[in-house]
Design a protein around this ligand. Structure first.
Ligand code: IPE
Ligand code: IPE
Ligand code: MG
Length: 236
């Protein structure tokens, strides 16, 4: 996509890392009298389109909240269908890798997934490791869980007197630049355990648009809003 096909480039917007809380799939399906799973399926296609658009903008890192450590509480039928979608996406992933020069990184404890899925995730990470744009997929991810994991990892290495840098380097996102903006669809104004450490000075943008309805023009609206913010980082 040529520059004129995106409203703002990442450089113009001064944005290196954007996070998406992709919420509202269930309500979107319900409005159509369809099962929640239908919303997840549609949402997966939207994810693909938004990821493409952000790559065209030239955003160095994108993080998508796909499945939280708390989402296992959902009915088995829904969890199973999300896992099936995910597994299918992993199969498709390798084929899509080169398309956008996307480097996939999975955030979260992979050990809970079946061996076959875990292997696909590791292969995808390895095979895309040299690509340009980072796409973090937060899967079985929780911000608190991540901080606990990082601290335990540092403790196991015998590190004491931990610094902020030590912790940042031990998080799943250690390859990504500082988080600039979180966009949450679906109308709820909360973080729901997403990127807790990383969001310390991120800008937050909430929209009522349900994830399956989310479009590149909605990314533009979020980014335009972000561009009008004054980020002070505690200064004046
Ligand atoms: C987000 O949509 C997808 C996941 C959390 C897996 P929801 O499934 O939470 O949709 P709503 O919020 O119930 O509409
Ligand atoms: C957040 O959405 C998790 C993902 C988008 C993966 P939820 O639907 O799980 O969040 P809550 O339950 O409304 O806080
Ligand atoms: Mg939800």
């Amino acid at each position: 996509m040529a520059k004129k096909e995106v409203k703002f480039t990442a450089e113009e917007a001064n944005i290196k890392h954007i996070g998406f809380i992709m919420d509202g799939n269930g309500r979107w399906a319900k409005k159509r009298a369809m099962p929640r799973e239908y919303g997840h399926k549609f949402g997966a296609d939207v994810f693909e389109k938004i990821m493409d658009y952000c790559c065209h903008m030239g955003i160095a890192a994108q993080t998508f909240y796909v499945f939280s450590t708390e989402n296992w509480k959902r009915p088995k039928k829904e969890v199973d269908s999300i896992m099936r979608l995910l597994d299918n996406y992993l199969d498709d992933c390798e084929r899509r890798l080169k398309k956008n020069d996307v480097r996939f990184i999975f955030l979260g404890d992979k050990s809970v997934f079946p061996e076959s899925m875990r292997k696909k995730m590791i292969d995808i990470e390895n095979n895309s490791a040299s690509y340009k744009y980072i796409v973090n997929l937060a899967l079985n991810y929780g911000g608190r869980d991540e901080i606990v994991m990082a601290v335990n990892k540092l403790a196991a290495e015998g590190k004491t007197n931990l610094t902020e840098q030590d912790i940042s380097s031990a998080l799943y996102t250690n390859e990504s630049p500082e988080l600039d903006l979180i966009v949450r669809t679906g109308g709820d104004m909360r973080i729901s355990n997403f990127l807790l450490w990383q969001s310390a000075y991120a800008e937050l943008y909430f929209t009522d648009v349900l994830w399956p309805d989310f479009k590149p023009s909605d990314v533009d609206a979020a980014v335009e809003n972000y561009m009008n913010r004054k980020r002070r980082f505690g200064g004046v």
